[in-house]
Design a protein around this ligand. Structure first.
Ligand code: ADP
Ligand code: MG
Length: 222
């Protein structure tokens, strides 16, 4: 199987040794195939963010394996996990988390420079990505000069800047009004399809989930 992501037997309890442990994930397994876009659907509090943090190597599970591009990352050192995160994974959150003192283009250029890409190549890629989401004319603007939907489109470009193989998105349009959410989500899907990216996208919007290849409900797999 050529999976980009495999989670195998993942369990996670917060505050395990304290007086009030919170059991969030229990023996959860799922996979995302190459080029596949999977919706992760569950109500608020069910563990979507926890699962995405574990898949994104930002947190560690109590049990189970996290396999990314056929490499088991569970027991790897921090350095290898950081490297995998920077080169193979792209992240989008509910709030854009763009750097406020930099322009849209610079926000997309900086992570590429951190990965050793030349300034010229990084700028060209930023311009190309901004063009794809209809923001070529806003490249020199800072996040505060943009609307919520525009900020989120820049965040998509930043997530794709280093050509990851897997996009992890945590309710990427959850902060937008329904009409904007629809358009912005379409742009994300187009971007993902055009680049052949694999994605795991958390949402509690069934309509959005229906536009993806497959839907995983958290309480069913847990
Ligand atoms: P979702 O993203 O689906 O809303 P989360 O993964 O954020 O769910 O949270 C799942 C559960 O774990 C919730 O009950 C939440 O309160 C709890 N939780 C999340 N993070 C922590 C933490 N650091 N410590 C204790 N409980 C947590
Ligand atoms: Mg969440």
């Amino acid at each position: 199987m050529n999976d980009v992501l495999l989670l195998d037997g993942i369990s996670k309890t917060y505050g395990k040794d304290g007086p009030a442990p919170v059991r969030v994930l229990q023996d959860l397994s799922l996979s995302v195939g190459r080029g596949e876009v999977v919706a992760l659907v569950a109500p608020s509090g069910a563990g979507k963010s926890t699962l995405l943090h574990i898949a994104g190597l930002l947190d560690t599970p109590d049990t189970g394996r996290v396999v990314i591009n056929e490499r088991d990352m569970s027991g790897q050192r921090d350095r290898a996990r950081t490297e995998a995160r920077r080169r193979q994974l792209g992240f989008v959150y509910q709030f854009h988390h763009l750097l406020p003192e930099f322009t849209a283009a610079e926000n997309i250029v900086l992570p590429q420079l951190a990965n050793g890409v030349s300034d010229t190549a990084a700028r060209a890629r930023a311009a190309d990505l901004l063009g794809r989401v209809g923001l070529a004319h806003r490249s020199e603007h800072r996040p505060a000069q943009m609307s919520g939907g525009e900020q989120q489109r820049v965040a998509f470009c930043r997530a794709l800047a280093n050509q990851p193989s897997l996009l992890l998105a945590d309710e990427p349009t959850g902060n937008l009004d329904p009409a904007t959410s629809d358009t912005v989500f379409d742009m994300l899907m187009t971007l993902v399809r055009e680049t052949g990216l694999s994605a795991l996208i958390a949402t509690h919007n069934m309509e959005l989930a229906g536009r993806m290849d497959r839907v995983i409900r958290l309480n069913e797999v847990a």
